[in-house]
Design a protein around this ligand. Sequence first.
Ligand code: AMP
Ligand code: MG
Length: 434
Amino acid sequence: MAAPPTQSLVLTFEDARRAVEDHASRLAPAGTETVALLHAAGRVLAEPIAADRDIPPFPRSMRDGYAVRAADLATLPASLKVIGEIKAGPLELPSPLNQGEAFSIMTGAPVPPGADAVVMVEYTSQQGDLVEIKKGIAAGENVVAQGAEAKRGNLLLDRGTRFNEAAIALAASVGKSRLQVFVRPRVAILTTGDEIVAVESAPGPAQIRNSNSYSLAAQIQHAGGQPVILPIAPDHAHRLRDLIEEGLKRDLLIMTGGVSMGRYDLVEQVLADLQAEFFFTGARIQPGQPVVFGRVPCGAGSGGGGRLARSGAPAPSSNNSSHKYFFGLPGNPVSTMVTFELFARPMLEALSGISPRPLTFLHARLKSEIRVKPGLRRFLPALHVGQYDESIVELVPWQGSGDIAAQARSNCYIVIPPDRTHIPAGEWIAVMPR
Ligand code: AMP
Ligand code: MG
């Protein structure tokens, strides 16, 4: 078997994240398919969508009231002749409005030519066909001009947009009942460890049920991928290699466990044997320090030995077809979840066709002080509470990165920069939501 990388490549969080983002920016989805609009939520658009007509297609009244010429209200109260009523959805566009006239008009109805404002019904009183208006109005008020939101032909949604409810509404508004989307990447999940047993089996006294494959499957689905769970790999090089090769047939391989410094942590050795190139073999974070990111040339066989990239920057030839990327995430369940979010998600998003975006944190006020040692960027399970204008966050008590129960009680991570050792209560602090 080939030796694992001779020196470890442990990067700061920012450098490790940048390495992932650089590689992600060169990836593309495997293909496209067509889906019905109703099934588009979470999918990624593979075609640009343009406005098929002006939006709105006519000057639209925003209120129930009277369509008027603003100039007719120079002297108040003004008395105007009501020449008709315009409901939303008339068969014909309304006839023009002349000086001294008004149309009774409903929300969503087309404002007639000649009218330039809509007076809300509460500032008016109508007697027969005369309406008295008590309040002046500026031209344009309560009317959205034709094409003000978009002109016919304008790009509304670009390739790479992930469909949320707003994008779905916009696609519906321009008549797109079927959409071209990118196929979802298939992500192999390979959990390793002699002590790990299937959820369905009765564990022996020192055995642990496999939870990582399930948390990862949920995270992969949430990020837009299709999880493919492989059998649990024992800490045995041959079987591990077979399963890693199986996993490398998918668009991305995510392994958990076996990447620490222990005698039976074999993942890096087996990958090295497959001529893997490692971009980092650790990140200065907590939890999740022993996290591995690299790629294997397609069709790689035995021999070779691992290569350690000198920096996180990708080689110019990097693309989906020549290499398969992998992550070796630490086996401790909270570390697995955190490192997926920080590093694997951008790769998965790139394979899904999502345009890259920077990692941003929200902020909340810290409830109780935190003291930590310097040197690591920390992502600690926390609870974000408060209501309305309050935003308060507090660490969840935990027994370290194996504590799934604490993780399940939390709803975010408090993010602590590596140079901070004391954060007093009351400080606004970065939070990464989950
Ligand atoms: P490792 O990274 O292999 O050293 O594992 C670190 C810790 O995570 C050990 O306590 C493992 O038992 C635990 N662990 C590894 N894989 C899993 C898994 N799939 N589900 C739950 N716990 C795991
Ligand atoms: Mg292990």
